[in-house]
Design a protein around this ligand. Sequence first.
Ligand SMILES: Nc1nc2c(c(=O)[nH]1)N[C@H]1C(S)=C(S)[C@@H](COP(=O)(O)O)O[C@H]1N2
Ligand SMILES: [Mo]
Length: 434
Amino acid sequence: MSNDDTSTPNSPDLHEFFARDPAAADRAFFGRETYSDRRGFLRGAGLATMAAMVGAAIPLHRNMPAGLIPAAFADENVLVGKDGLTLLNDRPVNAETPPHLLDDAITPTARHFIRNNGIPPAAADPATWTLTVDGLVDNPMTWSIADLRSKFEVVTMALAIECGGNGRAFFDPPAKGNQWTYGAVACSEWTGVRLKDVLAAGGVQPGVVYTAHVGADAHLSGKPGKLPISRGVPIAKAMTGNVLVAFAQNGGPLHPMNGAPLRLVVPGWPGSCSQKWLQRIQLRDVVHDGPKMTGTAYRVPRYKVEPGEKVDKKDFVIIERMPVKSLITNPANGAGAGRSIEVRGHAWSGDRTVTAVDVSHDFGATWMAAELDDPVNDGAWQNFRAKVELPAAGYYEVWARATDSEGVTQPHAIDWNPKGYLNNTMHRVAVRVA
Ligand SMILES: Nc1nc2c(c(=O)[nH]1)N[C@H]1C(S)=C(S)[C@@H](COP(=O)(O)O)O[C@H]1N2
Ligand SMILES: [Mo]
């Protein structure tokens, strides 16, 4: 987008100022000195405290040029409260989880990936957070989290979220964007209320076709009122029983980077539908056209294209359900093993169930069926395991492929698209038998 202004005219000066005299720059911008032991400070105090302090010291900190707050965050401490994630980008923060750390049936909060399009809001008090439902509803309403808890049935569900760009790193020619490998997927246990109950309480008007979701994060440019991302889903999807407005993750608070204190969880569809730091849902009589709904964002060509082919913008369609896929979480890629191994992992297919997972150790020449669990609820990933005897010492690849309730099986090779979405090729891990 030609007028999508992400330039930051001030930031080079700010960087220079911080580089030249960090203490003075800190006093000027933060009202106190944080630099003298910035790394130590962040390490000790954590991201939430840092965000709260910055927010308190600078009322308009969300409007500051990109490059100031992020510079302060730009070390490994952006991953406070996370365990073993790989940082792909620190402005905005994007981090994925190595597959072998996703072995649990329910992903621990510390291992849930992070996909940010902008600057997360300062840590907020759940007691004062509100969600407004407006647009084409009979009764526009603003709810506190306590209201949501008391007015609607509270449910807990294991729900898988996968970023539409998971697997982008393997596109050739390469696609721009975060180079996710395998780990932009997770299945936390989310507690909240059903979006359909909240929308029904507002009175969905006839003619509503789409939702529009608004979060509290700021655009990287710091421009006031400019949203980094605002996605929506067709009203029929919003009215599905497993779409939650969630205020707890794995029995505790949401992680600040996973949308605390309130987020949407729309399982089976691109993660981008699951708005974090959720403040507002608007009902519309047209397909939503917020940032990252239009152009080529979270869209694919409506026909199959040759790798590298240039596709006209008008030929892109919005991604809806995510395709059938599986992930091997044991053994870890490159692991040494004995001849007898247990291959474990998860499989999922948006809006469908997985009916079979097969594993191979001979490059797909032969396959054996894995034991496959039913989903614990609609929208959860399914766990599989298979005892595999490797014939002799040496190097092997273990492959997994899932098949879903419509009979669709994961492909061997990528269906290339310009933005690198929907890579559901089979996962392969290397194993060396001593
Ligand atoms: N407000 C807001 N919501 C958001 C995003 C964002 O940048 N801002 N990123 C989206 C994308 S693209 C994904 S894949 C998921 C990732 O959720 P997670 O960071 O909790 O793993 O959040 C979605 N919700
Ligand atoms: Mo995403």
